[in-house]
Design a protein around this ligand. Structure first.
Ligand code: ADP
Ligand code: MG
Length: 729
């Protein structure tokens, strides 16, 4: 009998550190060498083409056909000089991964020869047969064509000899089928809304863009051990596994010295990222054993999202070279920390200001306060939608778990800002604000400290925390496409900023001085959004009760959470800002339900198969050994000694029998529930059945399997154990 666990373990004992090949001593020598970035564009494009692309990037203008041909030819020349042989439109369909379909540059010509060709139309638009991508019924198969269209705001890049062109993906009838399209639309919406508000303070501000700096958490596991765990391979997480005697109790992994094998991997990852222009900067150990984090310098949100998708791809490909597998699942192991993708989000202006940096002058302070309270107002009005934006079957397992944000969305702003907002709230209304001669301009806005960095980052329990000059959305899952929480956040903040601007204007029309009007609306927003602010421990039971009293939602699972996407309130919001329409939202909702069901279906099958084919036979084998042993004892011992000395064996035999019986019973019941669920036509009812009828068996079965793991001879156990998976040797 071959035990794959031991074969795998023996492989890990022989692992060497895989050497890293550095392209050069200096990062700056190769940084961005595989991206068609501004510098390369300037080098390869004619002046006319360069300007046209810049206009498209900055102002969304159209690139005409002639220029597109020029750009295509320049990109081709550049890509071929870098060894690319193929090109692909690279997009983010709703499957959650990225999609590519490669075409060679080659075009056959007379005489059995070929030339490299790539034209403007191939750059700008493609029509992949996309009938297998989820569309939630938008695109019937007879109308299978969707098309991809070039997004010039995100640089093209070369990956494994293929030129990748970032694109949006839409149906033939114009509905978006990807994550990027609504993101781009939300960027537009928030730009307009924020610029209007900024104009109240500074006429020079005519453009606001969103910045995102993500922090990506992940686990590393040896590739041989990974291969010996069917659950990791098929579900990305362990469905069984008794906790290790030691895991994260000693907190000795967090910020600890990085293991030499992991470090070699990270260096390689950084080299590959830097070549592509992903500005990776930070790496460190996380709290759980074998858990790590990397983070870049922040970028414009669309580019940052593409870079995050690309990084997730690199994590996978680079880790293979180092005999690791990267686990991006939010909760690969039970009982220890899960992984998130903290989205650090802010707004920056064309004048170089960060709208979430408290300013130096009173007017900048007022602007800061206006933006801050608008965000709080947005989060308060749409906390359910924010919760929905981070919902997935895998993130359900993390939220509310060890050191993970709860499913209740609240905002943390720190003690100093809380004091400031409280003071503003207490001040008399605008009439009292002007100084004696009635002139506005002297606004007694309470002082906002210039530097807030120190005291704000400390509440790690908040899902949405102000951290000095940005908000950090921590509830985002490690596996998620960051575009989803970002387009939701952008849109809800756009709405609040619009409201802010309109309310100020309507007061001004009633002859209230502008500064006073601004102040008045700030005050109003503070009051209206107060319920969403929470400074305490978000992990506590008291908060759950308090949040309920405040009317905040607490959706424990995806099925409940994602309903917010199709509420009339949300549909009106997204339609108003032209981000997604009703049909698109309903389609997305359906896709999410379907994905949820499929994920749980896979896990349920996996749990059943592993129980019946791996666990029970192993337990029975060991039980037989014990039975043989007990029989043997009976033969050699007198009956009195036998009763005394075989107690242990008999007891263990009984325990094993009971656990086997429970596992078997629960698996049978689960399979029955699954069959019932599978017959349900309605997607929501089906998802409910999986959530409330099938899923509860996962824990029940696991409990007994994990007990068996502790009872059965270690030599027999087929699956690598937590203590083996979690520690890199
Ligand atoms: P930590 O949260 O681990 O203490 P930092 O707060 O320094 O680390 O940075 C985390 C991330 O926040 C980084 O990716 C950083 O680039 C990003 N960040 C910093 N400033 C901004 C900003 N204005 N907008 C968006 N992201 C930002
Ligand atoms: Mg952070």
């Amino acid at each position: 009998m071959k035990n794959f666990r031991f074969t795998a373990l023996s492989q890990t004992f022989d692992r060497q550190v895989t050497p890293v090949h550095f392209p050069s001593d200096k990062i700056s020598d190769y940084y961005g060498s595989m991206a068609f970035n501004m510098k390369t564009m300037r080098e390869y494009l004619t002046k006319e083409a360069f300007q046209s692309v810049q206009m498209a990037i900055k102002h969304g203008t159209k690139i005409d056909r002639k220029v597109a041909d020029q750009v295509a030819s320049a990109i081709k020349a550049w890509a071929i000089s870098k060894g690319a042989t193929h090109y692909t439109h690279w997009f983010h369909p709703l499957t959650g991964t990225t999609a590519e379909k490669h075409d060679a540059f080659i075009n056959p010509v007379e005489g059995g020869k070929a030339i490299e060709e790539f034209q403007g139309n191939e750059l700008i638009q493609q029509e992949p047969d996309a009938s297998s991508f989820p569309s939630g019924g938008i695109r019937n198969t007879f109308e299978a064509r969707g098309y991809t269209a070039w997004d010039p705001t995100s640089p093209a890049f070369i990956l494994e000899h293929t030129l990748c062109i970032p694109t949006i993906f839409v149906s033939y009838t114009g509905e978006s089928l990807d994550y990027k399209t609504p993101l781009l639309k939300s960027i537009d919406a928030i730009d307009k809304a924020a610029t209007d508000v900024c104009q109240l303070f500074d006429r020079k501000i005519n453009k606001v863009h969103v910045t995102l700096g993500w922090e990506q958490e992940y686990f590393l596991v040896d590739s041989a051990l990974y291969a010996a765990r069917p659950d990791l391979v098929l579900a990305g997480r362990t469905v069984f596994g008794h906790s290790s005697a030691k895991d994260q109790q000693l907190h000795d992994h967090y910020f600890g010295t990085i293991h030499s094998r992991a470090r070699a991997f990270m260096r390689d990852l950084e080299i590959e990222s830097h070549k592509l222009g992903i500005p990776l900067k930070t790496r460190h150990n996380e709290v759980a054993p074998s858990q790590f984090e990397c983070a870049p310098v922040y970028e414009e949100v669309n580019v940052a999202v593409d870079h995050n998708q690309l990084l997730m791809h690199l994590l996978d490909t680079v880790s293979r070279k180092h005999h690791f597998k990267v686990l991006l699942h939010e909760k690969p192991y039970d009982g220890i920390n899960g992984s998130g993708k903290h989205n650090n989000w802010s707004l920056a202006t064309n004048t170089g200001a960060n709208l979430l940096s408290p300013g130096k002058t009173p007017i900048e302070n007022l602007r800061f306060a206006a933006v801050l309270v608008s965000i709080l107002k947005a989060v308060h009005s749409h906390e359910e939608l924010l919760r929905a934006s981070i919902a997935s079957a895998s993130n359900d397992l993390r939220l509310g778990g060890n050191e993970a944000p709860p499913a209740i969305i609240s905002a943390f702003i720190g003690a100093q800002l809380t004091r400031t907002l409280d003071e503003i709230e207490q001040l008399p209304s605008h009439k009292g604000l002007n100084n004696a001669n009635g002139k506005s301009g002297h606004i007694s806005i309470p002082k906002i400290p210039e530097i807030l960095l120190d005291n704000t980052d400390r509440n790690r329990t908040s899902p949405f925390a102000f951290t000095g000059n940005k908000f950090e959305f921590r509830a985002v899952g490690s596996l998620a496409n960051a575009a989803k929480p970002m387009f939701v956040l952008n849109t809800i903040v756009a709405e609040a900023l619009t409201a802010f601007y309109q309310e100020v204007n309507s007061l001004v029309r009633k002859d209230v001085k502008k500064e006073d009007a601004i102040f008045e609306v700030i005050k109003k927003f503070i009051q209206e959004s107060k319920a969403v602010r929470f400074e305490g421990n978000s992990y506590s039971e008291e908060w759950k009760e308090e949040a309920a009293r405040r009317g905040l939602s607490n959706h424990a699972n995806t099925v409940e959470a994602i309903k917010a996407f199709i509420s009339e309130k949300s549909i009106a919001l997204f339609e108003k800002y032209n981000v997604l329409n009703r049909r698109e939202l309903e389609a997305r909702y359906e896709i999410k339900l379907d994905k949820y069901v499929r994920k749980l279906q896979i896990e349920a099958r996996l749990i059943g198969d592993l129980s019946v084919n791996h666990i029970i036979p192993t337990a029975i084998r060991y039980q037989n050994t014990l039975i043989e042993n007990a029989k043997g004892l009976k033969e050699v011992l007198d009956s009195k000694s036998y009763v005394k000395l075989s107690r242990n064996q008999v007891q263990t035999i009984k325990e094993i029998s009971e656990h086997i019986a429970e596992v078997k019973q629960y698996v049978e019941e689960m399979v029955e529930e699954r069959k019932i669920a599978n017959r349900i036509e309605n997607e929501l009812e089906k998802a409910n059945a999986y959530c409330y009828k099938v899923k509860p068996y996962f824990e029940k079965i696991r409990e007994h399997v994990d007990k068996l793991e502790m009872l059965v001879d270690d030599q027999e156990w087929p699956l690598p154990k937590y203590r083996e998976l979690l520690f890199i040797k």
